[in-house]
Design a protein around this ligand. Structure first.
Ligand code: G3P
Ligand code: MG
Length: 230
């Protein structure tokens, strides 16, 4: 049987909820989302929290860098729906024993948070999950550090550049695949593409059976996928 493309909610369900919010993740899990992508940073007191940017300015009512706040300080600020910034612990509690496939992105390309790999992997390993987590990062040294701690996990490199010799690269870096902003057609490696919000692009990717897409509107993309399968 030909493998189907997995639909990942990119930062949850940002078409309807604040991105990377517990409200969006909860809705997605309750509506049988296939996959969830989310971004992880560390607070000043080394607590993993979920947010896209290094700074809280764009998505909360506060200002400044996540790394400059303790969790207690960070929790005073609110997302657009009034929720606090979610912790990884809260998120893992929500998805424990659920069918959803997780993609945890280490947001370490601009700031290297001390020990983030060990802290995050330890929490994930302590959670009962139905599927192995896919770990991704734009920052290859982060992936290398994770591989040293847990060599058998699934690691994917994120890039917005064209990858030269993807088959060799994936083999040399012991990767499970590539997460790309531009589809590299006809390459025999696992590819997941972000951020796919155009129906036309999604149709092509579904028809080509790429491994996954990351989308801001998983409801629309799941409906399209069902339509194409009928
Ligand atoms: O994991 C895919 C995508 O999330 C990577 O880009 O900047 O949205 O985290 P970004
Ligand atoms: Mg991301």
């Amino acid at each position: 049987m030909v493998k189907q493309t997995m639909v990942f909610g990119h930062r949850g369900y940002p078409a309807k909820f604040p991105e990377n919010s517990l409200a969006g993740f909860t809705y997605a899990v309750e509506h049988q989302i296939e996959g969830l992508e989310f971004d992880v940073h560390l607070t000043k007191d080394s607590v993993p929290v979920i947010m896209h940017d290094e700074k809280i300015n764009r998505t909360t009512d506060g200002k400044g860098y996540i790394q400059d706040y303790t969790l207690a300080e960070l929790r005073q600020f609110k997302l657009a729906n009034g929720d606090p910034v979610p912790t990884l612990a809260e998120f893992l509690k929500l998805v424990a024993n659920q069918e959803v496939q997780l993609n945890l992105e280490f947001k370490t390309d601009k700031i290297q948070y001390p020990n983030i790999e060990r802290i995050v992997m330890g929490m994930v390993h302590a959670t009962p999950l139905r599927h192995p987590v896919i770990f991704s990062s734009f920052h290859l040294p982060t992936i290398k550090r994770c591989q040293a701690l847990a060599p058998d996990e699934l690691y994917c490199w994120l890039t917005d550049k064209r990858v030269k010799d993807p088959v060799d690269f994936v083999r040399q870096e012991h990767l499970a695949g590539l997460h790309l902003s531009h589809y590299q057609d006809g390459v025999p490696v696992v590819e997941r593409i972000w951020t796919v919000d155009s129906v036309r692009q999604a149709k092509r990717l579904f028809q080509d059976h790429v491994a996954g897409i990351f989308t801001d509107d998983f409801v629309t993309m799941m409906a399209l996928k069902r339509e194409l399968l009928d």
